[in-house]
Design a protein around this ligand. Structure first.
Ligand code: HEC
Ligand code: HEC
Length: 423
């Protein structure tokens, strides 16, 4: 079994194992001296070591390109995006910015069960940690790029509550120079040709009427500015990256053949938790790779709230991303159609995804409660008890003991470190 931690490979020494455990216990109690053998828990089988490396930040590949956003790596776009991310003028009441819900000091989340902007949303704010590595965005994956994601909340009545026309005017009036340096000459729009209240995306009938009354060329101009605003914000968001946590340093030390240094980095309980995480508890079936997510969608058996209408999650997200005018195949994307692999190979079998949500990253997870897509759980202990009890087909029963839950929790706490992002 991978990661069982027994050095000896023949079958006789059950007693030897027990003895080792006693020695280990004694050495932990006494504090290890130079001459003591290294505790057995730092020995990893070849297979387990492969898994450890795959989870470590050292195996995070270079930032992937987004073919639908030609500006994602542009330093000027990153800077422009930073200003927009914190700009409260991109909202109906002048008080909401992306950073209202995505606070930099708590992994760009807000510590609330349900996010609050102009109103209250039906889902929890997602952390922004290495999101540029993902292929789909939001709990239901209804966006296929970071830039089309960014322009979603701006027109949501419970988030920014703004309109795309209002944003186009703000860019024209306040950010002309920054915009034109990156995206070229701004198209001419006036309050008469483009009323700031006009929008097809807010669900407000008056806004839709105003939008439909605009000339097609003006609608296109506003959409183009709006998409570019999203592309600049995405350039900034893509630079929010995880930094090595104690877990990563532990793996680096093990890989470097320095178990002495490794032993200083993780407590024995966390190491037992790590063994469970990649073994018996099957967590790496979904929380895999250096961001601890397969970027895919699963129904893990969270009960739907009796008071609220059922959230169908990914089942609705599939149709929404296909219908989105700002998707990879749309006219505001910079990608060639054959570069839109996410959309082209999309699994359209919605019935399989009812109640399925995106596997969240577990980076910094201990520092940003509450948990799950609607903030259903207050603490990591609650989450682990849920996993112990869930009978979801997707999880498989893990038969975890109370002591093992504590070990898993100790391990999850080793995944935290301050993020890197453009200051
Ligand atoms: C009112 C609070 C609120 C505001 C304002 C807000 N967000 Fe979010 N953000 C959320 C919530 C809630 C979700 C999950 C929503 C869902 O799945 O339906 C989310 C999800 C995301 C995601 C998806 C992450 C992932 O892993 O899929 C990104 C990226 C993001 N927001 C960036 C932004 C940006 C950029 C802005 C500003 C343009 C912004 N958000 C404004 C609350 C907010
Ligand atoms: C079948 C895939 C799958 C497996 C296996 C799995 N998870 Fe998850 N995990 C998810 C999904 C999906 C969510 C979000 C569910 C939701 O909100 O509806 C989640 C949420 C979480 C969260 C909350 C994170 C947050 O930001 O809200 C934690 C912590 C967590 N999982 C830890 C674990 C641990 C520990 C294990 C092993 C015992 C495990 N998971 C096994 C898919 C999985």
């Amino acid at each position: 079994m991978p990661g069982d931690g027994v050095r000896c490979r023949d079958w006789s020494p059950v007693i030897y194992g027990l003895l080792l455990a006693v020695v280990l216990q004694a050495s932990l109690l006494a504090g290890r001296s130079e001459a003591d053998p290294l505790p057995d828990i730092h020995q990893w089988s070849g297979e387990a070591l492969k898994t450890l490396r795959s989870l470590s930040l050292s195996s995070l590949p270079p930032l992937p390109k987004d073919p639908s956003n030609a500006y994602q790596a542009d330093a000027r776009a990153i800077e422009f995006g930073k200003s927009l991310f914190f700009d409260q003028r991109l909202s109906a009441n002048g008080k909401v910015s992306c950073a209202t819900c995505h606070l930099p000091n708590v992994s760009f989340t807000d510590r609330l069960p349900l996010a609050k902007g102009m109103g209250t949303t039906t889902r929890r704010t997602m952390p922004l940690i290495g999101v540029a590595y993902h292929a789909s965005f939001f709990w239901d994956g209804r966006k296929d790029s970071l830039w089309s994601q960014a322009i979603g909340p701006i027109e949501s009545s419970v988030e920014h509550g703004a309109t795309r026309s209002m944003c186009a005017h703000l860019i024209t009036d306040k950010y002309r120079k920054q915009y034109e340096e990156i995206f070229g000459t701004l198209p001419k729009i006036t309050h008469k040709s483009c009323p700031p209240q006009a929008s097809p995306g807010t669900g407000n009938p008056a806004a839709i009427r105003l939008w439909n009354a605009m000339k097609p060329g003006d609608r296109d101009a506003v959409n183009r500015i709006y998409a570019n605003l999203g592309k600049a914000i995405a350039a900034y968001v893509s630079r929010i990256l995880p930094q090595p946590a104690p877990f990563d340093r532990y793996v680096d030390a093990i890989v470097a053949g320095d178990p002495e240094a490794a032993a200083e980095l993780l407590a024995p309980e966390a190491i037992q938790g790590l063994r469970l995480f990649i073994g018996k508890a099957k967590c790496t079936n979904c929380h895999m790779g250096p961001l601890f997510t397969n970027s895919s969608f699963h129904n893990i058996g969270l009960a739907a709230s009796k008071k609220k209408p059922q959230d169908r999650g990914r089942a609705d997200g599939i149709n929404l991303v296909l219908a989105d005018e700002f998707n990879c195949l749309g006219s505001y994307s910079d990608a060639k159609p054959d570069e839109c692999t996410e959309l082209r190979f999309l699994d359209r079998n919605t019935s399989q995804y009812v109640g399925a949500f995106k596997t969240p990253t577990l980076r910094n997870v201990a520092d940003r409660s509450p948990y799950m897509h609607a903030g259903q759980m207050k603490t990591l202990a609650d989450v682990l008890i849920f996993y112990q009890q869930s009978r979801s087909r997707e999880l498989g029963h893990q038969n975890l003991t109370a002591a093992e839950l504590l070990q898993l929790e100790a391990f999850l706490k080793t995944l935290s470190s301050p993020l890197a992002f453009p200051q």
